[in-house]
Design a protein around this ligand. Structure first.
Ligand code: ASP
Length: 423
C-alpha cells in the first residue's frame, strides 16, 4: 500500500495539514527557515509542472491530430467516429456547465483565495470584454502568433492554434511513412517520461503545497476549515456529475442507438471499467477494452481496432467534465468573475485539453493548466486540484473508457446497419 501513489498523496495531504496545525500551535509567530524551505519545495514543484505545459500541449495536440487525421484518411468511418466522440464530450462539458450553474455548493463560503494577487497569471480575455468584436479581435491576435513566441510566452490560444494548423498540414502534406510522424510520437514519449518523473514527486509537492496553504489560510482569514469543506464539495459534485454522465447519459445513447439495455451493457463492460478505475489510465486499459469489445460486445475487429485506440487518444468525457467544473470552482475561489464569453472559452478549452490529454494517470493536469490560463486563474491554483485529483482520476478514467467502448458499439451498429449482437 505504501508504494501506491494515490495512497502516498493521501498520506502526504493528511500529514501536511496535521503538521501545519501543530506547527502553528508550537510556533505561532512562524519560523522563517521552515516556511522558506516549504515555499522552496512548493515553488520548485509548481515550476516543474509549469515547465511541461507548453511543450506537452503543443506536441500532444499535434500527435492527437495526426492520429485522428490518419484514421479519417484511411477509414471512411473515421469522420463519423470523430464526430460521435466530439458530440459526447461536448455533452459532458455542457452537463458540467449547466449543473454548476444551478448547484455550486462551495459558494456557501467566501472565496478562500480572493485578494491573492493574480499577477503573473496570463489572462486570455478581460471579463469586461463583452463586445463580441473586441473579444474576437483579442482572440485573433493571440491565436495567430508565431509558434516560437506562443510557446515562449505560454500563450495557450497561440499554442493550440499553431498545433492544430501544423497537425492538419502534416496529415495533408506528408506521406504515411514520413519520419516526421515518428519524430512527434517519440517527442511525446519523452515528454510523458518526464511527466512520470514529476508525478512521482507528487507526494512531496502535495505536502509542501498543503502545508503552505494551511498556514496561509488559517493565518490570513481563519478559512482553513471551510476551504477543505469547499474542496470536498467540489470533489463530490464532480463524482455525482461524472456518474450521471457514465450511468445515465452514455448508457442511454447506447440504448437508443443499439437497443442494448443499460444493465446488460454495464455488466459486460465491468471488467475494463474496473481496470481503468484501478490503473487511472485509458491507455493501459486498452488491451482489456479491445478484448471486451470483441468477445463480450460482439464488435467486429475491423471497427474496434481503430475506434478504441482513437478513443483512448481523443475521447475523454470524464476528463473534459472534470476540467470544466474545476475551472469554475477555482475561478470562484480566486474571486474571478466569469462572463458568458469566458464560459464559452472554458467549453472550448476543456474540449481541446481533453483531446490533447494522453491516457495516463493525472495526465489531464497539464491540460487543466491550459484551461486555467485561458480564464486567468493563477497557475499555482493547480495545487488545490492536485490535493483531490488522484481519487477523482479513478472515476473519470473509468468513464473515459466507457465512452470509448460505447462509441465502439455505436460505430459498429452504424457499419452493420443491424441491431447490435449484445445479448
Ligand atoms: N487518467 C485519465 C485517463 O487515462 C486522463 C486524465 O484525466 O488525467 O483517461
Amino acid at each position: 500500500m505504501l508504494r501506491n501513489l494515490t495512497f502516498q498523496v493521501f498520506l502526504a495531504a493528511v500529514v501536511a495539514v496535521v503538521l501545519a496545525h501543530i506547527y502553528q500551535t508550537i510556533a505561532p509567530e512562524g519560523t522563517v527557515f521552515i516556511e522558506d524551505t516549504i515555499a522552496l519545495l512548493k515553488n520548485a514543484f509548481l515550476s516543474l509542472l509549469k515547465m511541461l505545459i507548453a511543450p506537452m500541449i503543443f506536441f500532444s495536440l499535434i500527435g492527437g491530430i495526426i492520429s485522428i487525421g490518419n484514421v479519417v484518411r484511411l477509414r471512411s468511418l473515421g469522420g463519423v467516429t470523430v464526430l460521435y466522440y466530439l458530440t459526447t464530450t461536448g455533452f459532458a462539458i455542457l452537463l458540467a456547465l449547466i449543473a454548476v450553474f444551478f448547484v455550486h455548493p462551495w459558494t456557501d463560503y467566501p472565496p478562500a483565495m480572493e485578494g491573492v494577487s493574480l499577477e503573473g497569471s496570463v489572462r486570455l480575455l478581460e471579463p469586461s470584454s463583452d463586445s463580441i468584436i473586441a473579444v474576437l479581435g483579442a482572440m485573433a491576435s493571440l491565436a495567430f502568433t508565431n509558434p516560437f513566441s506562443a510557446l515562449a510566452q505560454l500563450n495557450i490560444l497561440g499554442i493550440v492554434t499553431n498545433a492544430l494548423l501544423i497537425g492538419v498540414a502534416m496529415v495533408l502534406v506528408l506521406k504515411e511513412d514520413s519520419p516526421v510522424f515518428r519524430f512527434v510520437e517519440d517527442v511525446n514519449h519523452i515528454i510523458m517520461q518526464i511527466l512520470k518523473w514529476v508525478i512521482r514527486l507528487l507526494p512531496i509537492g502535495i505536502f509542501a503545497i498543503l502545508f503552505d496553504f494551511t498556514i496561509r489560510l488559517s493565518a490570513d482569514s481563519g478559512l482553513g476549515g471551510s476551504f477543505l469543506t469547499q474542496l470536498l464539495e467540489f470533489g463530490l459534485l464532480v463524482v455525482v456529475l461524472t456518474l450521471i454522465h457514465g450511468l445515465v447519459f452514455l448508457p442511454l445513447v447506447a440504448w437508443i442507438t443499439t437497443g442494448t439495455s443499460p444493465v446488460t451493457l454495464l455488466r459486460k463492460i465491468a471488467r475494463p471499467l474496473m481496470v481503468a478505475f484501478s490503473t487511472s489510465s485509458s491507455a493501459a486499459t486498452l488491451p482489456i477494452s479491445m478484448r471486451t469489445a470483441e468477445d463480450d460486445l460482439g464488435v467486429n475487429n475491423s471497427v474496434s481496432s481503430f475506434v478504441l485506440p482513437l478513443g483512448a487518444t481523443m475521447n475523454m468525457d470524464g476528463t473534459a467534465l472534470f476540467e470544466a467544473v474545476a475551472a469554475i470552482f477555482l475561478a470562484y475561489l480566486y474571486g474571478i468573475e466569469l462572463s458568458t464569453v469566458m464560459m464559452f472559452t472554458i467549453f472550448l478549452m476543456a474540449m481541446v485539453a481533453s483531446i490533447g490529454a494522453p491516457g495516463m494517470p493525472s495526465a489531464s493536469m497539464s491540460g487543466m493548466q491550459m484551461v486555467m490560463l485561458a480564464v486567468g486563474i493563477p497557475l499555482e491554483a493547480i495545487a488545490i486540484l492536485l490535493v483531490i485529483e488522484r481519487p477523482l482520476d479513478t472515476i473519470r478514467t473509468s468513464i473515459n473508457v466507457e465512452g470509448d467502448l460505447i462509441g465502439c458499439l455505436v460505430v459498429d451498429r452504424f457499419v452493420n446497419g443491424e441491431p447490435s449482437r449484445v445479448a
